[in-house]
Design a protein around this ligand. Structure first.
Ligand code: SAM
Length: 223
């Protein structure tokens, strides 16, 4: 059995009861960084168990080995460093392979940064499009230009290293829609949680003044 388990995006209290029970009872945990997952187990008082590091899960031999263990009847848990596995994180290769091999899979839903940001945003979220991280080079300008035509709410991730550049580029790409709403959510569920609501017209100012620390989700409102 493969259990796909979401873990907190900052606040340990967001772990679910099912997640704790499953982490306790499984045979091994497939994770990104064994130090991060080891620390999570420690904070949850779960006795240390086998942690299998599997960064991209793209190495077919690694996935073969995990599938073999699952076939032998082992109970493996898939986690990422934070949030939901497979959402801008590894997991896809293992889950899709396990599906095609007809291995029993269960999912234990929980935190995901884009969902937390959407629900806190105050923007219309009955329809939205999730873009993950914007491309760094190839396709970036094309994608930024295409945002003008998107009628649904748009949500994506950005790292601290690029937040100022990305906000400035969005302000430029959407300058013909100055009233369009944009929300910058920072450090959700953590001590310095911040949700800033502005418009495209006010975005250049926010790009300069926002605290350049932590993790960010950006949401552009529907037109
Ligand atoms: N799998 C994760 C999920 O379900 O949200 C996403 C992992 S992705 C590698 C990491 C990105 O998620 C960060 O760069 C940031 O954009 C966003 N993120 C994660 N935790 C966050 C938080 N507490 N507040 C705001 N954004 C967060």
């Amino acid at each position: 059995m493969l259990s796909i388990v979401s873990t907190p995006i900052g606040n340990l209290g967001d772990i679910t009861l099912r997640a704790v029970e499953t982490l306790k009872t499984c045979d091994a945990i497939v994770c990104e960084d064994t130090r991060v997952t080891g620390q999570l187990l420690k904070l949850l008082n779960i006795p240390r168990k086998e942690l299998i590091s599997c960064h991209g899960y793209s190495n077919p031999r690694k996935v073969d080995d995990l599938i073999r263990r699952l076939d032998e009847g082992r109970h493996l848990v898939l986690v990422s460093d934070a949030g939901t596995p497979g959402i801008s994180d590894p997991g896809y290769a293992l889950v899709s392979r396990a599906r095609s091999e007809k291995i029993p899979i269960e999912v234990l839903p929980g935190p995901a940064a884009f969902l937390a940001a959407l629900s806190a945003s105050g923007l219309p979220i009955n329809r939205f499009v999730y873009l993950g991280f914007l491309p760094l080079k190839k396709g970036r300008q094309t994608l930024l230009r295409s945002l003008k035509e998107e009628e649904r709410t748009i949500v994506f991730y950005e790292s601290v290293h690029r937040i100022e550049r990305t906000l400035t580029e969005i302000a430029d790409a959407l300058k013909e829609q100055p009233e369009r709403n944009i929300v910058v959510a920072r450090e959700l569920t953590k001590m310095h949680e911040e949700v800033i609501t502005t418009t495209i017209a006010g975005l250049s100012e926010i790009a300069k003044s926002i605290t350049k620390k932590g993790e960010f989700v950006l949401i552009i409102g529907a037109q």
